[in-house]
Design a protein around this ligand. Structure first.
Ligand SMILES: Cc1ncc(C[n+]2csc(CCOP(=O)(O)OP(=O)(O)O)c2C)c(N)n1
Length: 369
């Protein structure tokens, strides 16, 4: 059985440059407009990172990985309640894409699998962990938990538990950037499952019609909870789903942080030039269950193992750094520093008080309307 198009399949097996271009449609010019960004990526499929830049990506991905592992442990200990969706395996997506954004003006919005996007946007791990454990010092004052984190200061607009809701909200954020003429764009992430929601296409239509500065990102991790992409989607090439709205698409290997960054630069340049929205499909994989309560009966252990062993984005970055001659000692030092940042965030969270009772009624709508 063909599982889905990510693991071990064409996109991960071959670099973007060697992928076969589809036949040109009769309306060549229009087809080119929709494929022009993909073609630009195929010409230069990997970002030419300096050693320091690659080290930074490695460090950020490792921070997300270790943070998420710690969150998984705290969940097991009963210190985190409610839902918790881990991002382990998908780190290269948030790190590669957001490294191309300008944190001072660009906004980011995503679904419930949100910790990695916050860490990639420079948000303090302490306030994220405090939120996960329901403490008053948390980024949403301990009242939002894993799925509902938010920081206007960091232009991070959630953290949304309603599948797909972040897409029209993201279009709204993009509209605000355009209206205020602040030069920013909105990056709106959603999953392959969310991509089948009607509201996504209403948002695409408006975004294209109004030429909004939006980058829509499908994180195609192969599954919507326990439903494999091929079981739930008639069109599994998600990057093509903007075609009806004349939104150019890009298909990217989300397990290679340098390809992700190269793709991000192309998309950002397009949007900043006022050419309207872009739709990116990032092929990726989540190693853990959908949430912490996932029986994982829909895939084999071997499939997960194959991805971990042969396509891991952090291992790949590490191998590349070593190949470039970066000393192993330096990588070990980074690993050590990250462990201590993550441990500090867990200690901070565990030692922080729960929200004050008075907080029950703040930031909550209590009147009838
Ligand atoms: C409107 C709505 N419908 C259903 C759900 C239940 N639900 C939560 S996650 C999920 C699957 C989403 O999968 P995908 O978009 O692929 O994202 P992933 O979890 O893989 O990151 C569903 C159906 C929900 N939260 N909201």
């Amino acid at each position: 059985m063909q599982l889905f198009q990510t693991p071990g399949d064409t996109i991960l097996a071959k670099p973007a440059s060697s992928r076969k271009a589809p036949a040109k449609a009769a309306d060549g010019a229009e087809n080119f407009a929709l494929r022009s960004l993909q073609e630009a990526l195929e010409k230069n499929p990997r970002f030419a990172a300096s050693d320091d830049e690659l080290l930074k990506f490695y460090e950020q991905m490792l921070l997300i990985r270790r943070f998420e592992e710690k969150a998984g442990q705290l969940y097991g200990l009963g210190l985190i309640g409610g839902f918790c969706h881990l991002y382990i395996g998908q780190e290269a997506v948030a790190v590669g894409l957001q490294s191309a954004l300008d944190e001072s003006r660009d906004s980011v919005i995503t679904g419930y699998r949100d910790h990695g996007h916050m860490l990639a946007y420079g948000i303090d791990p302490k306030v994220i962990m405090a939120e996960l454990t329901g403490r008053g010092a948390g980024i949403s004052k301990g009242k939002g938990g894993s799925m509902h984190m938010f920081s206007v200061e960091h232009k991070f607009y959630g953290g949304h538990g309603i599948v797909g809701a972040q897409v029209p909200l993201g279009a709204g954020l993009a509209f605000a950037h355009q209206y205020r003429e602040d030069g920013g764009l909105c990056m709106a992430y959603f999953g392959d499952g969310a991509a089948n929601q009607g509201q996504v296409y209403e948002a695409f239509n408006m975004a294209a019609l109004w030429n909004l500065p939006a980058i829509f990102v499908v994180e195609n991790n192969g599954y919507a909870m326990g439903t494999a992409v091929t079981r739930g989607s008639a069109e599994t090439e998600f990057h093509r789903r903007g075609t009806a709205f004349r939104i150019p698409g890009m298909k990217v290997n989300g397990m290679d942080v340098l390809e992700v960054r190269a793709a991000a630069e192309i998309a950002v340049a397009h949007v900043r030039a006022g050419k309207g929205p872009v739709l990116m499909e990032l092929h990726t994989y989540r190693y853990r269950g959908h949430s912490m309560s996932d029986p994982a009966k829909y895939r084999t252990r071997e499939e997960v193992q194959e991805m971990r062993e042969n396509h891991d984005p952090i291992d790949a970055a590490k191998a590349e750094l070593l190949k470039r001659g970066v000393a192993e000692e330096r990588l070990k030092e980074i690993e050590k520093q990250i462990r201590s940042i993550v441990n500090e965030s867990a200690d901070f969270a565990e030692n922080s008080p729960e929200p004050d009772m008075a907080e029950l009624y703040t930031d909550v709508l209590v009147e009838s309307y």
